[in-house]
Design a protein. Sequence first.
Length: 453
Amino acid sequence: MEIKKIGILIVIFVLISSFVAGVEIVPRGDSIEIRHTANWDINEVDNYLVNQNPDPAEPGGYVELRFKVENIGADYANDVMFELVPTYPFTLDRGMSAIRKAGEMHMSQVGEEAFMLYYKLRVDKDAVEGDNPIKLKYTNDGGFTWVQVEFDVRIQTHDAVLNVESVESDPEEVTPGSTITLTVNLENMADSLLKDVRVNLGILTKTTTTTSVITDELPFTPIGSTNEKFIENIGAHESKDISFKLIADADASSKVYKLPLVIEYSDGLGTNYTKTYYTSLIIGERPDLVTSIDSSEIVSAGEVGVVSLKFTNKGSSDIKFLYVELMQSEKYDIISPAAVYVGNIDSDDYESVDFNLYVKRTRDRMVQLPLRLDYRDANNKVFKKDVILNMKLYSSSEAKKYGLKESNGFFGKFILFLLIAGGVWYYRRKKKGKKDPKIVSRIKEIVKEKLKR
């Protein structure tokens, strides 16, 4: 039986530049002719196939393929049948057939009358980005002879994402003038290699306006390297660390600084990406708050007076929202309010708080003043501190001796005079009226000395 010469044209486009990658005859039927795209007028829209959708396909998703079939011969084609041969990374869902039957195609069945093949394939989630082959075979003799052709389907992730998985600083809070190590962990979320990765720390940024260029410089300087690091490549789903060593300016203010991370990279298809992320670095130090007794009107036990307390900020970080509470004690009574809100204390500055107390009578030479302090640093970190101040007590004679308490004045001198005079009278009586000139003279000197005081 003589086989009729029939020409069937299959046109498929996987992008406008798609082409038939190879032709495998299994075996080749003389009645079928496949026209290469080089022999086809690419400016003729009707010759283009509704290619793949989406283009490119994404790993883990679906791709739709449409093939345009035309009979360019001068005779009918009978029993025309097509079969898709999916290979990794493409699969047909369960229950979907790979065979499509066109049946009879009349001569010169082209253009709008052409036969359309449609397949929907699943793309494996681990598919490699780039051109992946798909095979299609067809027959026009009921399956006795087949012709197999191969096409490329492009696969690419929707966006080659280089993720900043984490940013760690050691220490978490750096003091002015100290060093800090910043480690950035980069994770390739794409299914293919990412290359030429550059990470730039935006410690110096420039903003151009219509009239000037504004430079914004953060108080950090790289040590041992620059503010830009380079990684040659990061494999699919791979992570890599990149570190920067910085020093904080000695006069830097204590606060949180927003730091830009500008990352540039390319994917396997040569597409360039630029991403800007933001992290933060903290400059600060633990507040150095010193508490002391500035002055006290209370000298001895059993007295009432004002005790003035002094709160000094010796550190470089400001102190905010200072709240002071004098705790109750059996040794004294608090006459004034026991709690006082002080507020903010700048670096190298102080504030004073007065408490009115009655110190109860005691033999103790010292009374303790327990304080509870609540405050925050410049970065709003909360601190709680318990402090005990020791207030010294003096006896009456010590207080007079050190000039902390005035003498009793004329009344005291008068009493002293009476005591001394009584002593002289008693001595004279004891001696039965006999006078010792030396003793009497000494008593007079003592009286004169005491009266002078």
